[in-house]
Design a protein. Structure first.
Length: 416
């Protein structure tokens, strides 16, 4: 029974053909990001350029070998002919050649070993500095239109220095040139370039040219160093990078405030040609003179039009108009004042009538009187007067002197 059960379990499992399994493994390899876009360094062996199209070879080191294929769509752009025993750097994807069941590197890029490593270092530093913003336009300083003091960082023995000085003096002989000699290739060259940049940056110059003549990538490598890039970026003085030939692009070119294709081109960039500058100034002066003449002409025409106005021919018209306006304003003011006075008089009369209606005389005319004692105090109650006391009775048209005969409380008094 156990044997039958075991056979049943085997029959339930998926069975792959060799091709299916190889295809599955290939699919798994292609889905692994870590196995795509790899850089691999090794020595070429068993190289075959099949019918001048696809390349097949083995990369090997002291311990291992790796099958490689580079198809025509990618190998047509490489600038050298791969050879047996050549040290190369390859970039590609790990895949599987299904018919043979062998994994391989499908190469997309190939470089000679040493140059390839430098290229990788260049790309990595370029990406790093770009992410930090060292290449952004917002940090780049404008070059002066006519610098008086120009600094140069280069080798004092190279042809680049002689060419730059010659061009600068030919274009504008009044410019002052300051040289900070530097070692521009080889060991410690990057440190030398940094020292010279910082030295000139302290001298209050108008612009600094940093560069050298052409050479191999190894010769120019100092200008791809991070310390040189940061020294250029941190300088307060505008800096022009002029390294190698027009086709050479270095890290210093990206971080500098301006790039010149060659050292001679840098000299032409920072200093205008004196004759051209003179022509430009003469042209600007002519333009300014024409503009000023037009302004004067327009003002003269405007003045003539103003002079033709009637007010200048008969200025008394302007005064007459002002007199009429003044008289009209005086009339309006007098009318307004009279109206205000009459309104105030009517309001005062009304107030007087209301005050009179509320006054004591009106009440007294209706038969009422005011009684005061000898001291003139108003008597309002019988407690304020005694028998045989002299009193005055004030009526609407006079005063009556009287003497009290008797003081008694009235039965109709409102007081209890």
């Amino acid at each position: 029974m156990e044997e039958v059960k075991k056979k049943k379990n085997i029959s339930d499992r998926q069975i792959y053909s060799v091709s299916d399994l190889n295809l599955k493994v290939k699919s798994l390899l292609q889905r692994e990001d870590d196995l795509q876009g790899l850089w691999v360094k090794g020595e070429i062996s068993n190289f075959t350029h099949y019918q001048g199209k696809h390349m097949y070879f083995v990369l090997k080191d002291e311990k291992s070998e790796l099958n490689c294929a580079m198809f025509r769509s990618h190998n047509k752009d490489i600038e050298f002919e791969p050879e047996e025993g050549m040290e190369v750097l390859c970039k590609g994807d790990i895949g599987l050649f299904v018919p043979k069941g062998k994994y391989q590197l499908v190469v997309k890029e190939m470089m000679v070993g040493g140059i390839g490593e430098l290229y990788l270092a260049y790309e990595q530093l370029k990406e790093k500095l770009s992410e930090e913003g060292l290449f952004e336009d917002e940090y780049k300083k404008d070059l002066p239109s006519l610098p008086k003091k120009v600094g140069i960082v280069t080798s004092e023995e190279g042809a680049a220095l002689r060419d730059m000085v010659k061009v600068l003096q030919q274009r504008f002989e009044n410019v002052d040139i300051f040289l900070a000699p530097a070692v521009v290739q080889g060991k410690n060259s990057a440190e030398s370039i940094v020292r010279s940049i910082r030295l000139l940056d302290q001298k209050n110059l108008d612009v600094i040219i940093v560069g050298r003549g052409g050479g191999s990538i190894e010769d120019l490598w100092s200008f791809n160093e991070e310390k040189v890039a940061r020294a250029i970026f941190e300088a307060d003085t505008p800096i022009v990078s002029a390294v190698g030939h027009e086709t050479d692009f270095l890290i210093s070119d990206f971080v500098a405030d301006a790039r010149a294709p060659t050292p001679t081109g840098a000299a032409e960039l920072v200093i205008p040609l004196k004759s051209e500058l003179k022509q430009r100034m003469e042209y600007q002066m002519k333009r300014a003179k024409r503009a000023l003449d037009n302004i004067i002409h327009n003002c003269e025409e405007k003045l003539e039009r103003i002079k033709e106005r009637s007010v200048f021919k008969r200025p008394e018209i302007l005064l007459e108009d002002r007199y009429q306006r003044l008289d009209a304003n005086v009339d309006r003011l007098e009318t307004s004042i009279k109206r205000r006075i009459e309104d105030s008089r009517q309001r005062l009369k009304g107030q007087k009538e209301r005050l009179k209606a509320l006054g004591p005389l009106q009440t007294m005319e209706r038969g009422y009187s005011i009684v005061t004692d000898e001291d003139g105090e108003v008597i309002t109650t019988i407690e304020s007067v005694e028998k045989d006391e002299l009193i005055e009775v004030n009526v609407s048209d006079g005063c009556i002197e009287a003497e009290t005969k008797e003081v008694k409380r009235s039965q109709n008094s409102l007081k209890t």
